[in-house]
Ligand binder design. Structure first.
Ligand code: GLY
Ligand code: MN
Ligand code: MN
Length: 357
């Protein structure tokens, strides 16, 4: 599996005329090599693939990174890097500009004299956008865990408990059923707070007659899920129903019409135009979705600025919302995979307007 990824990366490197690439992004390192340790660097040339790590991982690394030659680096990693570059006759080194601090760059420039440093932009991230079957299988499980968690938390919602209580129920259930952790800080936003798109769970006490917005996900076997549902506690007003129905219409319209070949911008418009048509365009101030995988937010973006073309194997969220300050808000979010024809949902939870009496 890692070998196929390595050869796809080498193809990209050849296209970009890169002799060698130094991979410092943690998710990129894991994706390309299979190594799950907390510290390490990849040096990839057309012929060689090295994993540089430290004493803590000299047993684990060769077990996991089967296609890599594992090298225990010196305390100063650039000393080892310099030796390897020299041995390989490399004079030009690509580095990941999103994953190198300015301080590290200064150190590379000082310690690797004679080597031309070339910034690269999201090479591995570009590969990661298209998930293979093994990744999709894990992502389906991560999504299913989010679904089961939603079904469970619904049985616990009632007036009198706090948002933090609800978050704890969600997080405990996910951990109990295989999640290594949450994929991001759990959002539980009730009543007026549901108008906060990212209202983290607080000590606010749930009351009857209000929305409860739940947004959470599992970090499971190295991959993320991310689901939002908004439910009604007690009797809804006409306004509650109105905005729920509009958000649902927007979300369903995007799911029904998204397809490969479309840009992120066009996908965003599928949801946004429905909300605008009903007069709430100004109250939907974030993008329609984002790529999801090893990270909870990755490419491609489904936003009004995104020219990225959707392709089969991409996994994204679809999450329109309407937020009315002083009243409350609704967001509905699913995870989907782009197929040859359209999209297929990974999260399957019901989106019926749920009223908890
Ligand atoms: N909770 C983060 C997101 O839905 O993007
Ligand atoms: Mn979310
Ligand atoms: Mn999301």
């Amino acid at each position: 599996m890692e070998h196929a990824r390595l050869s796809r990366l080498r193809t990209l490197m050849r296209e970009r005329k890169l002799e060698a690439l130094f991979v410092t992004g943690a998710h990129n390192r894991r994706y390309i090599s299979g190594f799950t340790g907390s510290s390490g660097y990849l040096l990839i040339t057309d012929e060689k693939a090295y994993l540089l790590t430290d004493f803590r991982y000299t047993s684990q690394a060769p077990e996991q990174a089967k296609h890599f030659e594992v090298v225990e680096h010196k305390p100063k990693v650039t000393e080892t890097l310099k030796d390897l570059l020299k041995a390989c006759g490399i004079e030009q080194l690509g580095f990941e500009q999103q994953h190198v601090t300015y301080a590290s760059y200064v150190a590379y420039a000082a310690d690797l004299q004679g080597v031309r440093l070339v910034p690269t932009d999201s090479l591995v991230e570009e590969l990661r956008m298209i998930k293979d079957e093994s990744e999709l299988a894990v992502m389906r499980e991560a999504a299913e865990l989010a679904d089961r968690t939603y079904a469970h938390v619904l049985t616990t919602l009632k007036p009198g408990i706090t948002e933090s209580d609800v978050a704890l129920t969600i997080e405990f259930f996910m951990r109990q059923h295989g999640a290594a952790s949450v994929s991001f800080e759990t959002i539980v936003a009730s009543g007026e707070r549901s108008a906060l798109p990212h209202g983290k769970a607080s000590d606010r006490v749930l009351q009857a007659g209000e929305f409860v917005k739940l947004d959470f996900g599992a970090y499971y076997k190295g991959y993320c899920s991310d689901i939002t549902r908004t439910v009604m506690l007690g009797k809804p007003t006409a306004k509650h129903r109105e905005i729920y129905d509009i958000v649902l219409e927007a979300q369903l319209n995007a799911l029904a019409h998204m397809k490969p070949g479309m840009t992120g911008k066009e996908a965003d418009a599928l949801a946004r135009d429905v909300i605008k048509k009903h007069g709430y365009g100004e109250r939907f101030g974030h993008s329609t979705g984002h790529g999801l995988g090893m990270e909870v937010h990755e490419g491609p973006r489904l936003s009004s600025q995104s020219e990225t073309v959707l392709a089969p194997g991409m996994t994204v969220t679809v999450e329109p919302g309407i937020y009315l300050p002083g009243f409350g808000g609704v967001r509905i979010e699913d995870d989907v995979v782009v197929t040859n024809e359209g999209v297929q949902r990974l999260t399957q939870s019901t989106k019926d307007f749920i009223i908890i009496d």
